[in-house]
Design a protein. Structure first.
Length: 398
């Protein structure tokens, strides 16, 4: 079975075509700058060079049509006809309280997804555009929606309710939802398989550290707490997101700087975090270079805040779950930054976390990096959200 996985953002479409018979990737790519000047597509068939194609792409439907055109092109494509694709899996950011797992998409599901737009006005509309486009271009193909929030629907009430009047939850469903669920689910399960542990009885803390970062406490295969909340801005210090911030500071800034709710959203989501604190970059590699090699104090402070937040959450989740068996690192930073993993696990032996620095000297492959003495097993597990979406798609349409 061949599954096309689509991740539609406001101006981009990332895609991967997977052959589920042997879990291999047939092709992958990304269309960028949709609806803007200079749209382009980067496409790569497995084992071949990446190619770049330019052309004006006005909307998501044209973008998906273009991608399919490239995939079925006799010279540069990877399949003969569209018929070879058995199903399409979509990444959907917000499923609210409605979606507790992945679903086959039909008109009723689309209507419910549209109701969730209010909760994720920036993310859900482009996800839906991808669904509308596939419905128009391939009306007979089954489509499945896989939600970033669904895995966290197992969180107990005490971990998802905020300390605000209950009427606001009743009226607007203001609560913590959590995101990166597909990654937290995949990595925690895969880590247990890798270590030969029973997922249903193991306590895992997964650190998904990328441009967007979140930590999740998973007890017996169920998310019990996670650092992102009502929106992805809560929790860790991220590339451009502030993470945890006193509400008093938010209202004070809005008042003093005469900032509208929309501008405040932009400030705390796009101009804060590592980028805002350092004035250097949102990219951790640049921050590490400036902080550790160039003596840039602002970058060093940003890096220290980034690390200290992660440590606080790890400690909190060990306390919350009454222990932890496995600590996993994933995402661009978690998989690749040897320096950060070492810094994050330093002075944590009292909690049962001890790294083997030699084993830690790896990037992006399933590895046990803790020492033999470490009570908690520490692993690097590369995330594979597309594979997980394809697997969910296959399971449902079967
Ligand atoms: P996104 O959240 O956009 O999916 P990624 O998971 O791709 O982000 O992570 C991007 C982050 O990973 C960037 O901050 C980047 O600097 C960091 N990163 C990638 N490779 C390395 C590396 N070798 N060392 C340190 N950080 C890295």
């Amino acid at each position: 079975m061949k599954v096309l996985v689509l991740n539609c953002g406001s101006s981009s479409i990332k895609y991967k075509l997977l052959n589920m018979a042997d879990s291999s990737t047939i092709a992958s790519g990304a269309m960028e700058k949709i609806g803007l000047k200079g749209s382009f597509l980067q496409h790569q068939n497995k084992g071949q060079e990446k190619i770049k194609l330019e052309g004006e792409v006005l909307d998501h439907q044209v973008g998906i049509e273009y991608i399919i055109g490239v995939m079925t092109d006799p010279d540069i494509g990877c399949i003969k006809t569209l018929e070879e694709i058995d199903a399409v899996g979509h990444r959907v950011v917000h499923g609210g309280e409605e979606f507790k797992g992945s679903v086959i998409i039909n008109d009723a599901v689309i209507a419910k997804m549209e109701e969730c737009i209010d909760l994720a006005p920036l993310h859900n509309p482009p996800n839906l555009k991808g669904i509308y486009a596939v419905s128009a271009l391939m009306p007979t193909k089954p489509q499945v929606g896989v939600f970033d929030t669904a895995f966290h629907q197992t969180m107990p009430k005490w971990s998802y309710m905020y300390g605000i009047p209950k009427s606001l939850y009743d009226k607007y469903k203001i609560r913590r939802y959590g995101f990166h669920g597909t990654s937290h689910s995949y990595v925690s399960r895969h880590a247990c398989e890798f270590l030969g542990l029973d997922y249903n009885t193991t306590k895992v803390i997964n650190c998904h550290l990328g441009n967007g970062s979140s930590i999740c406490a998973i007890d017996g295969g169920k998310s019990v707490d996670t650092s992102m909340g009502f929106t992805p801005v809560e929790g860790l210090l991220m590339g451009t997101r502030a993470g945890d911030l006193d509400i008093g500071a938010v209202t004070y800034i809005m008042d003093k700087e005469n900032v509208s709710p929309e501008a405040a959203n932009t400030l705390f989501n796009k101009h804060s975090g590592l980028a805002g604190m350092s004035g250097v970059s949102s990219d951790l590699r640049d921050i590490e270079e400036q902080a550790l090699n160039q003596g840039n104090e602002d970058a060093m402070l940003a890096l220290t805040v980034f690390r200290s937040r992660i440590k606080k959450y790890i400690g909190a989740y060990i306390a919350e779950m009454g222990g932890c068996d496995v600590l996993t690192f994933t995402g661009g930073i978690g998989e690749n930054s040897i320096i950060e993993r070492e810094a994050l696990c330093k002075n944590m032996a009292f909690l049962g976390i001890e790294l083997d620095l030699e084993k830690n000297n790896i990037r992006a492959k399933d590895t046990l990096i803790s020492s033999d003495n470490s009570r908690i097993k520490v692993c690097v597990i590369p995330t594979d959200e597309e594979y997980m979406i394809a697997e969910e798609t296959m399971k449902l349409i079967k």
